[in-house]
Design a protein around this ligand. Structure first.
Ligand SMILES: [Zn+2]
Length: 62
């Protein structure tokens, strides 16, 4: 049996999600779907983790 690993990717994904949604809550530009200079890297980071996480999930299901 393998030891249960700390699910680092999931933790980072959730952190990026919180950061992204928190920024959007306080940013009219991002609420309108126009990424601002400050928000762009935050949303980009979230998108990268989302992709990585979804990719891993789909691999696991096979
Ligand atoms: Zn913004």
């Amino acid at each position: 049996m393998t030891a249960r690993q700390t699910d680092d990717l999931y933790v980072r994904y959730m952190e990026a999600f919180s950061a992204s949604s928190e920024h959007t809550t306080n940013c009219p530009a991002c609420q309108a779907g126009e990424s601002c200079v400050q928000g762009e890297p935050i949303h980009e980071r979230f998108a990268r983790f989302q992709d990585a996480y979804n990719e891993r999930q789909s691999k696991r299901q096979r």
